[in-house]
Design a binder for this molecule. Sequence first.
Ligand code: LER
Ligand code: MN
Length: 262
Amino acid sequence: MKIATQNQGFFPVNIMEKFEYIKAMGFDGYEIDGKLLVENLAEVKAAIKATGLPVTTACGGYDGWIGDFIEERRLNGLQQIERILEALAEVGGKGIIVPAAWGMFTFRLPPMISPRSLEGDRKAVSASLRWLDEVAARTGTTVYLEPLNRYQDHMINTLADARRYIEENGLKHVQIIGDFYHMNIEEDSLTDALHRNRDLLGHVHIADNHRYQPGSGSLDFASLFDQLRADNYQGYVVYECRVRADDPAQAYRDSLTYLRKC
Ligand code: LER
Ligand code: MN
């Protein structure tokens, strides 16, 4: 399995040192923050060249969600995502991870009443995805649509929800990212959901059931990885987790050692 990681607070801040550190830890790639990439393109290119560690994808680093309630923010987000995709194309990155929104609204906590209808949500997210589909086609990249759990967003919670957007809009450059943490809250069965969506699954985020480092909780990574392999999954699985340990760097290394055996 190709295993990459997002940034962690205990990684070096300096870009070259960060790449060296991630590589030395044994990871196969780095999922970069979109803003860090766009604002430091030359330095990132130099770090990729020096270390051989690829930038797999980008996640975050733009202001305004593809499903933002505020139209001005939605359009601003799209412009910034376009710049991130252009930068990714320059460094050989595959694409960007986008949820419909993150932390904007949930039906599960007060006030529980959305300022927009479900139909309005659908129109906004569909319009954004159709526009990004063209940007992705032009830049040779992919937009990975991410379902989040119900407490983080109300629009796309399951892999099936993401699939519906792709199919109904006839999108060719949008795929699904499955995040094990969110899936563990929303899907009846993680392995069934992975299998049913194998044709559109292009990216995976991993954390254990409680979003701490893989191996520290109750998810069965061996059977999840077996399912991905059985479905001929060719993408990366990317650490997106908190670390709960006295020595986070050692816990991160131990987690990766554990996953390499799964
Ligand atoms: C947020 O919980 C998350 O999973 C990120 O990947 C947002 O895109
Ligand atoms: Mn995620």
